[in-house]
Design a protein around this ligand. Structure first.
Ligand SMILES: *[C@@H]1O[C@H](CO)[C@@H](O)[C@H](O)[C@H]1NC(C)=O
Ligand SMILES: *[C@@H]1O[C@H](CO)[C@@H](O)[C@H](O)[C@H]1NC(C)=O
Ligand SMILES: *[C@@H]1O[C@H](CO)[C@@H](O)[C@H](O)[C@H]1NC(C)=O
Ligand SMILES: *[C@@H]1O[C@H](CO)[C@@H](O)[C@H](O)[C@H]1NC(C)=O
Ligand SMILES: *[C@@H]1O[C@H](CO)[C@@H](O)[C@H](O)[C@H]1NC(C)=O
Length: 910
């Protein structure tokens, strides 16, 4: 029976952060291809899922897009009365805004027992795209495949364009493109290629499918618009690009303010997009003011078709410059021709700050020495007297653009003696202040330190080298403040986390998970180890003696106040005398201007910033999940785990003449020799003879097999384990290298292009796409960069054979097929994603994304953990069953051991 659901259309934009114009202006002329998206959408849903489950399920769940769709069919859904739902329709506005809701569902009843988890749901949205050819044939150019389309999907998770299905045909495997699910501003253009060329004589019709996923964190609680009914609110549009062009994309530019004519940073970035074709940047120069400013290209840059990159330029000046813009010329070449683009980069001139006047300054630096990045800095009122005081590191809330929205820079009052540093965390969402967002925060601190050192006039405001900081944050940034301070306790003087949640599963529970109804709990446990590193409560032992002032509005309806209460409770369990307190502001909501700007917070900051050190514990515990994403505590650092995936802990008790350490799941740890103060070191009951003092750290290796041994040595080299979960790969030490079979390799190139787009969109991370041949050339000449590689394709690639030929990896090629533990693992439409070390740089890594066919590759590619909460450990194998059962349909998942080898205890095979 066809159930008729009616849909609520809301033209008002609620909870939409930063409505934006098109990313690129493209003149449309009569001689061009035309596209038209039908305003009438078919909608199927709602289906219960948990956040991020759409990365495992098919985005078109429950529909199999290879088969014709029966619009009268109904599907099971526990959200609907009677337990089933069918197709209905919704109509978009002329601008392409689509609001979808299911008012028949008794949401209030379900959420009364299930809470926010009940509102999370998935739906499939479909409409048609009509592509009409130009009137005259000469405008086809040499672009044989038809028009290049720039698509924009805001607040949808994935979309695909497919040929309209005639009943006797089968459709190609969908290419699922990432949507801009957070509706982040400054999104790079997303070029999509039509799956089959349109007719040159008549209109061609395609289907567009969108995975519509309602997430509380994105859309908020419907009570905000006085309703029980959650409304999915998305925007979709397409534009035609001129063929074979390389264009400037202003939204991707990076610049810095000039203070009294001096650049407040060392880098500029220029956003460039290749609509089609491979392009190489040959030359860059500053045209004006050529006598004052020089820009130099950091490295050669290549653009794959449809790729957007920000060109990294090092900026130097010979004398102060007071102009309004820098004019830069760039010369590109492709197979067909060369092009020169001249761009103006507007410069914001600022007067020098004084004790009475100031403006937040936009600074720039090279993230990972390679990617132009900006941040804000608010100067203190007074110059340094004696030792520079620790700066305040302020972490913003989700969706907040710190440059466009002054709210954040205004929320922490200017300090007397401390700089306030406001990093972006890569983008307005970043990785929730984990991974690259954390790196960006620390590197922004280091960058400000360098900027102040470089100009004599600013020396009186310098920061201390490797300065410690006071971390402050609100909302997602409050959560980030807990995260950053508990993972890097030795770099933090004090913390003011406001309105922060504990972890994603505590914020919106995963209880309405689809896969949960099918999954082996042992597999679920392995998958959930990838959430452990983000579980802030598990790491509070590391904050036991750091002063904490948590702030929370008593009536917060976004992040409920119990989160902060629980944080303090857990901290006090570790240390009943912890200098940790909660300032609960009765009756206050999630955000209020005085959340950080008030006397109590200021008094706390003043005390933390002044030189009075807090008393430190003699007995404490360091808890670590991912060594590569954790710093030291009291000088102790865990470098590797015996079994990745499990928590590791060092419990330390300092006595007068000895230090006792108990280890849990620790492989290697180090201690600063000076912290030992010539005391005896006793590890797991064994008194350790120490190596002669050569001034470095002491390195202690714990072995459990073949027999237990504990050995201390000099820590000449660091051996930080770069494994533990897939998302560790996001912290590449330079632009990712995405390796594909060859420059015309359809699906792998398409996957690489989409991944490059997602890395840019979600994290402003740069990537270069290179071929198997080029990679082999680098491998043979031993010139592989110390960055993370993503190898996309199948086992016939030479680089994979070379890699597996020289390393004994658990995944191995035998008789031309990929095997794991002797079993042929990649067969049918399976895909595998697994982590291994970079062959030349053990602290970097390689992600292998391998499959035998397009379907398998698509499935594996959707698991690349672009967003937080996608549970991918060190390796996974996924197949067709996952389309309908999510993670329960996996064929295997697990973590490697300390040495990248098979780890029986942390592996699951079907
Ligand atoms: C499908 O049917 C149409 C019309 O009957 C026909 O023109 C076309 O060749 C068929 N396609 C295939 C793949 O059989
Ligand atoms: C700011 O500095 C100037 C000169 O150094 C001084 O005269 C003035 O009193 C200061 N203002 C404040 C508010 O401290
Ligand atoms: C708690 O921390 C604050 C801020 O650093 C400090 O001023 C205060 O003395 C500490 N209180 C105790 C009891 O240690
Ligand atoms: C590989 O192929 C050879 C020859 O066909 C066969 O003898 C051998 O058993 C195969 N090995 C595996 C692991 O399947
Ligand atoms: C989807 O349908 C096609 C064609 O009927 C079939 O071959 C394929 O196995 C189906 N996929 C899944 C995941 O069921």
């Amino acid at each position: 029976m066809h159930r008729c659901l009616s849909f609520l259309l809301l033209s008002a934009v609620f909870l939409q952060l930063g409505a934006m114009g098109p990313a690129v202006q493209v003149p449309l002329t009569a001689g061009q291809w035309k596209t038209e998206i039908s305003r009438d959408w078919d909608v199927l849903g709602p289906f219960p899922i948990h956040a991020r489950e759409q990365h495992f399920l098919s985005p078109s769940f429950p529909i199999n897009l290879s088969e014709p769709i029966d619009y009268s069919q109904s599907w099971s859904s526990s959200l609907a009365d009677g337990g089933s739902v069918g197709w209905s329709t919704a109509r978009a506005t002329e601008e392409g805004h689509l609001a979808v809701s299911f008012p028949q569902v008794r949401w209030a009843t379900i959420r009364a027992t299930e809470g926010w988890a009940a509102l999370q749901h998935h739906s499939v949205l479909r409409t048609t795209l009509t592509v009409s050819p130009p009137q005259s044939a000469e405008t086809f150019g040499h672009d044989a495949e038809g028009p290049k389309l720039v698509a924009r999907l805001q607040q949808g998770s994935f979309f695909t364009i497919l040929p309209a299905l005639n009943s006797n045909e089968t459709r190609p495997t969908p290419e699922w493109h990432y949507g801009n699910i957070y509706a982040m501003g400054g999104d790079p253009p997303q070029t999509v290629t039509l799956p089959v060329s349109p007719s040159r004589t008549e209109a061609t019709v395609y289907d567009i499918f969108v995975s519509g996923d309602y997430e509380i964190r994105l859309f908020g609680d419907p009570s905000a618009y006085e309703s029980d009914v959650p409304v999915l609110s998305i925007d979709f549009s397409l534009e035609v690009h001129p063929p074979d062009e390389i264009i400037h994309v202003r939204s991707q530019d990076v610049s810095c303010d000039f203070v009294d004519g001096v650049p407040f940073g060392n880098t500029l970035g220029i956003g460039v997009h290749s609509t089609s074709g491979w392009w190489i940047l040959e030359h860059v120069e500053a045209l004006s003011p050529a006598d004052i400013l020089k820009v130099s290209l950091l490295r050669n840059i290549r653009f794959a078709p449809a790729q957007t990159r920000t060109i990294p330029l090092r900026l130097t000046h010979t004398r102060p410059f007071y102009g309004e813009k820098v004019q830069i010329a760039m010369k590109f070449s492709s197979e067909y021709h060369t092009m020169t683009i001249e761009v103006d980069l507007p410069i914001q001139q600022r007067p020098v700050w004084t004790n009475e006047t100031f403006q937040p300054l936009k600074a720039s630096y090279l993230y990972m020495d390679s990617m132009p990045t900006a941040f804000l800095a608010i100067p203190p009122k007074e110059t340094n007297v004696g030792e520079p005081r620790p700066p305040i590191l302020g972490l913003h809330g989700a969706g907040l653009d710190i440059f466009d929205q002054p709210l954040w820079a205004e929320s922490i009052p200017r300090q007397k003696t401390s700089w306030i540093i406001l990093p972006t965390g890569r983008t307005s969402w970043g990785l929730d202040w984990h991974g690259p967002s954390t790196q960006d925060a620390w590197q922004s601190v280091d960058a400000l330190s360098s900027i102040l050192k470089e100009t004599a006039a600013w020396h009186a405001w310098k920061l201390q080298d490797n300065t410690r900081v006071v971390v402050v944050g609100h909302s997602n940034g409050g959560q980030g403040a807990w995260y950053v301070s508990s993972r890097y306790p030795d770099r933090v003087v004090a913390v003011v986390p406001a309105s922060g949640y504990i972890k994603s599963q505590a914020y919106v529970p995963l209880t309405q998970s689809r896969s949960a109804h099918f999954i082996d709990p042992a597999l679920r446990a392995i998958l959930e180890t990838s959430l452990t590193p983000d579980d802030n409560d598990l790491f509070l032992s590391n904050l036991a003696d750091t002063p904490v002032l948590a702030v929370h509005g008593g009536l917060d309806d976004n992040v409920p106040v119990w989160h902060s209460r629980e944080y303090i409770s857990v901290l006090k369990t570790w240390n009943p005398d912890a200098n940790a307190s909660l300032k609960e502001d009765p009756g206050m909501p999630h955000w209020y201007p005085s959340v950080l700007a008030n006397e109590d917070v200021q008094a706390f900051l003043d005390r933390a910033i002044s030189a009075i050190p807090s008393p430190k514990l003699n007995s404490y515990a360091l808890t670590v999940a991912i060594p590569a994403e954790s710093g030291s505590y009291h000088g102790w650092r865990i470098e590797s785990l015996l079994s990745p995936g499990r928590l590791a802990r060092l419990a330390v008790t300092e006595h007068e003449t000895s230090i006792e350490v108990r280890t849990t799941n620790v492989g290697i740890f180090t201690i600063d020799r000076h912290r030992l103060h010539a005391r005896r070191l006793v590890v797991d009951g064994m008194s350790l003879p120490l190596p002669a003092d050569k001034g470095g750290n002491v390195r202690i290796a714990v072995n459990k097999s073949p027999q237990r041994s504990i050995v201390a040595s000099d820590s000449a080299r660091s051996s930080i384990q770069p494994s533990g979960r897939m998302s560790i790969a996001l912290s590449s030490r330079g632009p990712f290298l995405l390796v594909i079979p060859d420059a015309t390799s359809g699906r792998p190139l398409s996957v690489a292009t989409r991944l490059a787009h997602a890395l840019n969109l979600y994290h402003k991370l740069d990537a270069e796409i290179i071929t198997d041949d080029e990679m082999m050339d680098r491998a043979e000449r031993d010139t592989i960069d110390a960055v993370n590689l993503v190898v996309i394709g199948d086992v016939s690639m030479d680089f994979i054979k070379w890699y597996m030929g020289r390393r004994d990896t658990p995944f191995a090629i035998e008789n031309g097929s990929l095997r794991l533990q002797g079993r042929p693992f990649i067969q049918g439409s399976r895909g595998a994603i697994f982590l291994q070390p970079n062959p030349s740089h053990p602290n970097s890594n390689v992600v292998f994304l391998l499959a035998n066919d397009d379907e398998g590759l698509e499935r594996a590619a959707r698991l690349f953990p672009i967003r937080t909460g996608v549970t991918v450990p060190d390796w996974l194998v996924i197949g067709t069953l996952a389309d309908s059962r999510g993670a329960a349909g996996l064929h295997g998942a697990g973590l490697w051991d300390q040495h990248w080898k098979w780890n029986e205890g942390m592996s699951w095979l079907d």
